[in-house]
Design a protein around this ligand. Structure first.
Ligand code: NAD
Length: 368
């Protein structure tokens, strides 16, 4: 069997800084767990624009379609704000998502006990929280036609169209049920079937996929507005939430903030299986390029390292090794290690990005 392959795209701003720490973790798994990866590195976003005049070179896109998984840091920054829309750094990211057809976006909301005080909710509501939002990423109201701003009589009208086909709903539902089987076997599907036909179809298709192929998974349905309330009232009632592009955009940000800092949040975007059976996949932290702290050694690398943990679990079927990495991070935090973004009101001296990487590698060593 060839080694699994990874394409690393550090991107802009703090992207390369946090990705350096991920590279050390990848090397650790190669050396200490006999899990070598074939790693290649390339440019994306502003860094690619600076070299090639485009935020994603065709050769990089071709590589992304060949590898088992892509790890991305972050793109963007003030230097690129005035560029034409077609070559903005974000276009590189959107092209990757589109051409890899990454329709299932996984956003975990996981609260490490040591950071429970960072949540805006009461500690007991979030301590130990571990939920996963599966957002449909390639269809729905952000893509539906017709769209635009049109003249209508003597005024203008803005139009977007919520549109879902049965097969689009079916594939993301399958992705959520498969995920639930690896977790606590519960899926809650959220839509607005009370006021939207697309919601009625969504509910029907999710139920049908469940009844035919996943009867062992516990399925419930909830209107998305109630879902938002329940997420802040009693988030631990959920395991996997599956929802459309628009509701998923909002609900996943809401759930993410239950856990405190942007520097802690990983994500995965999965597509259809390739010839070798692995789903196309891209893993990236939720945060952006953080220009305000770039180059200062202040960035928290944990979101990016947790994104690699997701790659271990979802692309490489190494759930135990992913758990080893997550436990190492948990123990480092429990021991009081904090980057600047995790400093509480009690203060103290924050660690640098590299020192946090050092601490996680030590904890990994200790896990052997
Ligand atoms: P941001 O996520 O970059 O930063 C928001 C705030 O969180 C900043 O104060 C930043 O210092 C802090 N922060 C973010 N990540 C951190 C980390 N790992 N450790 C410590 N602190 C961290 O969002 P923004 O400021 O709105 O956007 C900055 C740039 O990033 C923009 O160009 C934007 O378009 C881009 N962006 C890219 C992505 C992506 O690549 N997926 C996502 C969001 C924003």
């Amino acid at each position: 069997m060839p080694n699994p392959s990874l394409l690393i795209l550090p991107g802009d701003g703090i992207g390369p800084e946090v990705m350096d720490q991920v590279t050390r973790v990848i090397d650790w798994f190669g050396a200490k767990r006999d899990m070598p990866f074939d790693v290649s590195t390339d440019l994306v976003g502003g860094a690619a624009y600076d070299k090639h005049g485009t935020p994603l070179h065709d050769d990089t896109m071709a590589k992304a379609l060949e590898v088992d998984a892509v790890l991305l840091g972050a793109v963007g920054g003030p230097k690129y704000d005035d560029l034409d829309f077609s070559v903005k750094p974000e276009r590189g990211l959107l092209r990757l998502r589109k051409e890899m057809d990454l329709f299932s976006n996984l956003r975990p909301a996981q609260c490490f006990d040591a950071l429970a005080d960072f949540s805006s909710l009461k500690k007991d509501l979030v301590a130990g929280l571990d939920i996963m939002i599966v957002r449909e990423l390639t269809s729905g109201v952000y893509f539906g036609e017709p769209r635009g701003i049109f003249e209508e009589g003597n005024e203008r009208v803005g139009i977007n169209t919520q549109r879902y086909t049965e097969s689009e709903i079916e594939r993301v539902a399958r992705s959520a049920f498969e995920l639930a089987r690896r977790r606590n076997n519960k899926v809650c599907s959220m839509e607005k079937a009370n006021v939207m036909e697309s919601g009625i179809l969504w509910r029907e298709v999710v139920q049908k996929v469940h009844d035919e192929d996943y009867p062992d998974v516990e399925l419930s349905h909830m209107y998305a507005d109630n879902g938002a309330m329940q997420l802040v009232r009693a988030p631990k009632q959920f395991d996997v939430i599956v929802t459309d592009n628009l509701f998923g955009d909002i609900l996943s940000d809401c759930a993410a903030m239950l856990t405190g800092s942007l520097g802690m949040l990983p994500s995965a975007s999965l597509g259809a299986p390739m010839a070798n059976g692995r789903a196309r996949a891209m893993y990236e932290p939720v945060h952006g390029s953080a220009p305000d702290i770039t180059g200062q050694g202040k960035a928290n690398p944990i979101a990016c390292i947790l994104s690699f943990a997701m790659a271990l679990r979802y692309s490489f079927d190494q759930g135990d090794e992913a758990a080893r990495l997550e436990a190492a991070i948990e123990s480092v935090l429990a021991g009081g290690a904090r980057t600047a973004d995790l400093m509480g009101p009690e203060g103290g001296t924050p660690m640098s990005t590299t020192e946090m990487g050092d601490a996680i590698l030590h904890a990994l060593d200790a896990s052997l």
